[in-house]
Design a protein around this ligand. Structure first.
Ligand code: ADP
Length: 188
């Protein structure tokens, strides 16, 4: 977890590789569908371009299908999901059905100026249509409103680990691996 621009996607790929599990990024799956002009992509694009969340029913069904694939049988790293209280409930039921649970919920903390600067840079580099100035602000508000409350939910379950997301990418990776190890979540 972390606000838009916290570095979730960047860290997720490296950490998943180190833990030998697939990184399941809802944002990436939506973007692939948008590029390939699938029906899911056409539906999702309207919300993403506006900086809004894609409706829970669509997102939940997509994650459920992805986690049922064989490469996720022994574990996975979720990036960008769950983002709403309803998604937490749906994930809980998916996990209950497989008789497993989360090892840890990682929160990347960053300051707002850094986040906005990163997003502006990424918009330039990748030409992301969802990263215009107004939309960047709106996405921060949506995160504060809909996703920030999940921090307390997972903290209450004793799963939350906070990591300082400021500084060079590889330093943040080292911090993440260290805390996951302490949380007993990292493979040896
Ligand atoms: P960031 O990490 O910058 O917040 P992502 O790449 O994870 O952005 O996601 C991009 C967009 O995809 C989000 O702004 C949202 O519209 C949509 N999206 C991603 N994950 C979810 C989710 N779990 N629920 C609803 N919408 C989502």
């Amino acid at each position: 977890m972390g606000p838009p621009g916290a570095g979730k996607g960047t860290q997720a790929k490296v950490i998943a590789q180190r833990l030998a599990v697939p990184a399941v990024s809802t944002g990436d799956i939506f973007r692939v569908n948008v590029t390939q002009r699938t029906e899911l992509g056409r539906e999702a694009k309207r919300y993403m371009d506006a900086g809004d969340y894609v409706p829970d029913a669509i997102t939940n069904a997509m994650v459920r299908a992805r986690l049922a694939e064989p490469d996720a049988a022994d574990g996975f790293l979720l990036d960008g999901y769950p983002r709403t209280v309803s998604q937490v409930e749906e994930l809980d039921s998916m996990l209950a059905e497989r008789g497993s649970g989360l090892d840890a919920v990682l929160l990347l903390t960053v300051d707002r100026d850094e986040v906005v600067e990163r997003l502006a840079r990424r918009a330039r580099d990748e030409g992301r249509a969802d990263d215009t100035v107004e939309v960047i602000g709106h996405r921060q508000d949506v995160y504060a409103d809909q996703t920030a409350p999940l921090v307390e939910v997972y903290d209450g379950r004793g799963l939350l680990v906070r990591v300082d997301g400021m500084g060079p990418v590889d330093e943040v990776t080292s911090r993440v691996l260290r805390v996951l190890d302490q949380a007993g979540a990292a493979a040896s």
